[in-house]
Design a protein around this ligand. Structure first.
Ligand SMILES: *Cc1c(COP(=O)(O)O)cnc(C)c1O
Length: 500
């Protein structure tokens, strides 16, 4: 299987090269040249397999240049019971006879980014070896919270890699900060940057584009790389869990192989929902994809009208991982819907960059409305949904999953569609404990309580176990107390790598 770029389908690279490179030379994203097809018999057979076997089933069809041993090593290193606290890795919880929740947050950082970032470091180091790279990879991350911690956990102690995460001094939650500054591992570093997320991100971008600095790194046998969600190595592992959820529904007698299901995904960068669409392209029986947004509803408007317009107010919400106005993985989806029209994609992305808006043609609009349904929920609706879900089903969901459930409820009441539906649950409620408790109780309930008290309170209310990784934070040593100005970021990198 070779990979093309969304902005140049004349290019053709191996999976290992695509993963190593991250982004194509002209700025496009790597996509498979075709989609491997699987049969209903093969999907049915997944019902009796474990997550590792299901992962091999999907990944081996895309990463055809990896040997069986290489792939199995990556899969076994990533999805361990120790890290995920459950054998099933991504269990499905039944709410009622037509609604199922796919829990993607059992990993070490309690959010779904672990599903990809636990395996990406292994895919990346294997890709380096396969393409005869001997330099050490240095991962630079600017984070607004979730991604930085998930990347640290994924890359920690992975041979041949180092990772440095920069977070905005006053831009992450208390628990997110604690998660990062207590990070263990012999190849990790964390620094706070004076300023906001944009300052941290611009600082990282500056390091990435400084040619003379890159040459200095190269002379010292280091190669910069990023762990962001446009890398094919982050997207492809996400296809697995849609097959896994479907296989679980068969195994539990909820559906028969071939029955179509709906999928609901709380969406930001469009990576997670795109993975479900790719699963369908491979043969997974899906009827509708329901795209859920918070108040930053640029995708809702796009799917409904065909106009993508990022020129709008940015809202800070209780589902911060979906506070996004440019959904970078949408580019891959459009490439598919236009039948691989690279020139068209390049033109739209240029318009997005210069004018902040583009409109797709009637053919694409028709495909969009046939397969997708989009809706949005504001913070009030999300909180009401969390409370109602707890009352009706005795099941507590986080704020991102709350957006998904709220939008799904709107979908059902608008369409009357009762097709069995899988809702992707992207974070543990414990990770966003304060907002969840406000939803279940009120503001005064959380006032003056620290993070660890809130974890206990949520444990009481939900009957759910506090995730080990969050409970342990209380007794962890602070390892990184570095705060730097945004001009000092390059020096921090040099110090960490002990450059002259
Ligand atoms: C990243 C994230 C999302 C959005 O996922 P995309 O793949 O960017 O659409 C949703 N929920 C949580 C908790 C996340 O961390």
């Amino acid at each position: 299987m070779q990979y093309q770029s969304t902005r140049d389908n004349g290019c053709s690279v191996s999976a290992a090269q695509a993963i190593k490179q991250g982004l194509s030379a002209e700025g496009g994203l790597f996509v498979p040249e075709s989609f491997p097809k699987v049969s209903l018999e093969e999907i049915g057979a997944l019902a009796s397999k474990n997550y590792h076997e299901r992962a091999y089933f999907v990944l081996s069809r895309f990463l055809t240049d990896f040997t069986e041993d290489e792939l199995k090593h990556c899969i076994n290193s990533a999805y361990t019971k120790e890290k995920f606290e459950t054998d099933s890795i991504a269990p499905v919880y039944k709410l009622n006879d037509s609604t199922y929740v796919l829990e993607l947050w059992h990993g070490p950082t309690c959010a779904f980014k672990d599903m990809a970032l636990q395996i990406l470091p292994h895919l990346l180091t294997t890709s380096m070896k396969k393409t005869n790279e001997t330099d050490e990879v240095v991962i630079l991350v600017a984070t607004s919270g979730d991604t930085g911690k998930a990347a640290l956990e994924g890359f920690k102690d992975v041979n041949g890699t180092r990772i440095i995460v920069f977070y905005p001094d006053n831009g992450v939650s208390e628990i997110q900060k604690l998660q990062m500054v207590t990070q263990e591992g012999n190849n990790v570093s964390v620094a706070a940057v004076e300023g906001n997320f944009d300052d941290a991100q611009n600082g990282v971008k500056k390091i990435f584009t400084d040619e003379s600095y890159k040459n200095l790194l190269a002379r010292n046998h280091f190669k910069l790389s990023s762990a962001n969600s446009i890398n094919w190595g982050r997207l492809v592992p996400q296809i697995v869990y849609y097959f896994s959820a479907y296989a679980d529904l068969i195994a539990n007698g909820e559906i028969s192989a071939g029955d179509k299901i709906n999928v609901v995904v709380p969406t930001g960068n469009f990576g997670n929902i795109l993975a479900s669409y790719y699963a369908m392209k491979m043969g997974l029986p899906v009827a509708k994809f329901i795209c859920a947004s918070n108040e930053n509803n640029v995708l809702t408007d796009f799917i409904r009208t065909g106009v993508y317009n990022k020129n709008r107010e940015f809202h800070t919400t209780i589902s911060p991982s979906m506070d996004i106005l440019i959904s970078s993985n949408l580019e891959r989806f459009l490439y598919d819907l236009t039948g691989g029209n690279d020139g068209q994609i390049a033109e739209w992305m240029k318009k997005l960059n210069t004018e902040g808006v583009y409109e797709v043609g009637e053919d694409v609009k028709a495909k969009l409305s046939e397969l997708f349904w989009a809706g949005c929920a504001d913070d009030g609706e999300t909180k009401a949904t969390i409370k109602k879900c707890a009352e009706d089903f005795d099941y507590v969901i986080d704020t991102h999953t709350g957006v998904a459930k709220a939008v799904y409820d709107k979908y059902v009441s608008e369409t009357g569609d009762t097709t069995k539906t899988v809702i992707a649950s992207t974070a543990s409620p414990f990770k966003f404990n304060q907002s969840v408790l406000i939803a279940l109780e009120d503001y005064s309930f959380v006032a003056g309580k620290d993070e660890f008290t809130l974890l206990e309170e949520l444990h009481e209310k939900s009957g759910m176990q506090i995730p080990k990784s969050l409970a342990e934070l209380k007794n962890k040593q602070v390892i990184f107390d570095l705060v730097c100005g945004k001009e000092q970021m390059q020096q921090i990198v040099s110090d960490f790598l002990m450059l002259e």
